[in-house]
Design a protein around this ligand. Structure first.
Ligand code: MG
Length: 208
């Protein structure tokens, strides 16, 4: 029995190459500004580091964690990316996703849990026209903890008032979203993007 469904946001509720590109450019800009180096050099340093981190972990590493490895505080990165781009310029309503979430909401508590910051998260939810569908939206700003830290998952479940075992975590990254969710006892569902969520209500009903 699944009582709550927690969704990752970026790469899960939407996929968008322009936003991916904006995140990358914002990351280069942030390191360039912080270390007072040219953008090209910052780009090389960041992409080299991402390749190293990927080789070590076996998974692609988000810019947030890459910048953290350069000692850029998460709050600085968030402040810079909020000023650098607005996801509302790139996203629009996804009718099928919304219909699926409306259906799921009838029998489940729904939440978002993202490493993104509160402002960018609000902008994305507004652009996708999903306001009001989530019981809770957990961002980095909620507890100042990042996935894959288990503490983030535990606190989110506690605030939703549900046991992890009756919770389904939906995300696009195994190492950041699904492995830790599973480790604390949540059920997991891996997606490549929102298209994999369109039929989630029927899949859950079939299983139960
Ligand atoms: Mg994601």
């Amino acid at each position: 029995m699944i009582k709550a469904i927690i969704f990752d946001m970026d790469g899960t509720l939407y996929t968008n190459t322009d936003i991916k590109d904006q995140f990358a450019k914002a990351a280069y800009y942030t390191l360039a500004k912080s270390d007072n180096i040219p953008i090209d050099q910052a780009q090389d340093l960041i992409e080299e580091r991402r390749a190293e981190l990927k080789a070590k972990s076996g998974f692609p590493v988000p810019y947030t964690l890459t910048l953290k490895s350069f000692d850029i505080p998460i709050k600085v990165w968030h402040k810079e990316n909020i000023a650098f781009f607005d996801p509302r310029n790139f996203l629009h309503k996804d009718e099928k996703l919304k219909a699926s979430l409306v259906k799921l909401k009838k029998n489940h508590r729904l939440a978002v849990m993202t490493n993104n910051n509160r402002i960018q998260t609000e902008r994305v939810i507004e652009a996708l026209e999903l306001d009001g569908l989530f019981d809770r939206v957990f961002t980095f700003n909620s507890f100042e903890i990042l996935k894959p830290k288990l503490e983030f998952f535990k606190k989110a479940a506690a605030e939703l008032g549900i046991q992890p075992k009756v919770c389904l975590y939906v995300g696009n990254r195994y190492d950041v979203d699904l492995q830790p969710a599973q480790e604390i006892g949540m059920q997991i569902f891996k997606v490549e993007g929102p298209e994999d969520i369109y039929d989630l209500a029927n899949r859950i009903l079939k299983k139960e």
